[in-house]
Write a protein that binds this ligand. Sequence first.
Ligand code: CTP
Length: 406
Amino acid sequence: MPNQSKNIILGISAGIAAYKMYDLVSDLKKLGHNINVVLTKDSINFVNELTLKVLSSNPVFCNMFAPELQTKPIHIDLADSADLILVSPATADIIAKIANGICDELITNILLAAKCPVYIAPAMNTNMWEHFTTQKNIETLVTKLGYKIIPPEQGDLACGYTGVGHIASNEKILNAVLNIKKDKTRGLGTKRVIVTAGGTREAVDPVRFIGNRSSGKMGIALADIAYEMGAEVVLVSTVPCDKPYQVIEVESAQEMQEVIESEFDKSDALIMAAAVSDFRPITASKQKIKKKNEDIVIELTRNPDILEILGRTKRDKQVIIGFSAESEDTEKNAWEKLQKKKIDIIVANDITVPDIGFGSDENAVMILTKDKEREVLQRQPKTQIARHICKKLAQMLNEVKEAKKV
Ligand code: CTP
């Protein structure tokens, strides 16, 4: 969630985790950064140059001496233009080369010439990672060069080992390089905020469920921004994710309700971005339902309306934000939901508008408040919408505090 876009060099070395960089490049680009991918000579065994070119919308660099390169040496050009360099995956070999200034790869040349922050995400076999030489090289990178290591994790490795050496998740790498961290001095500094994300799944049998199209992107963006703004965040999500704040994974509406009810009392705010199923099968079959030559009927019962229950019982100083997904009469229905559920803010969107909303990185919304404020946010990234909503939340929580003082 950058405040400003960065020029990032991503150095990919020859490890199996290289394929994960497709997603990382794509995520960084979606967040508005400019990515220049630099491949080591052997990494092209694991990733495809053209794919990275398309994903980054930039040329991909591999060869120091490519004829098409400009008059200024390419390693100097790239080093000078970089705001940040990430080497991921970093093999034992590239780490050894970087630690010892060996310049037989474009990326090691760039690193010698660069003055910007450098992040290294190692990935390798456990024995190679634990080897004295690798550890000594890592120590050199940290203590002598000031590089930041995004540590490898315990896991099942492609080489068949189970142990430390698995590359950190893309989310962890993103959090590290984009410096997504709590800033307690910002608007939500002393607040505890629950955010829900994703779509609930209501079991029909052990295999099937009733679900919806929510991707969880809006809720996760809200949790990230609330965290950046200093809040203690509890994300209650149906989508698994790896975050620097607490994530509680749930599946059904009832599970979500249980978690929220146990967390809400000690929280200042709830942002209910999840798409909660209004109905669930009366009974979920313990065995897989077998097909027969006849239609079946699944009887549904109402799920609790979590937002309405909490809106009724919330304390004055707590703030609740709900969402409203509508396919008709968007504004009218949203005003009605705001009042009926006794909440403070409702964020409404029209789900019939193509290419935004469910699954997309963008949305267009209308923000309505209990004080009858009405604000329209035109189509924009969900991260920007999240920032706007969190600012509004901070403002409202602080107003509550001021009002109490009077
Ligand atoms: N919500 C909830 N519990 C439910 C259903 C919805 O807490 N059982 C919350 C959603 O998280 C959202 C808000 O209520 O913040 C509005 O959800 P939406 O699906 O738009 O509307 P509903 O209240 O379910 O009404 P309808 O489906 O009739 O539009």
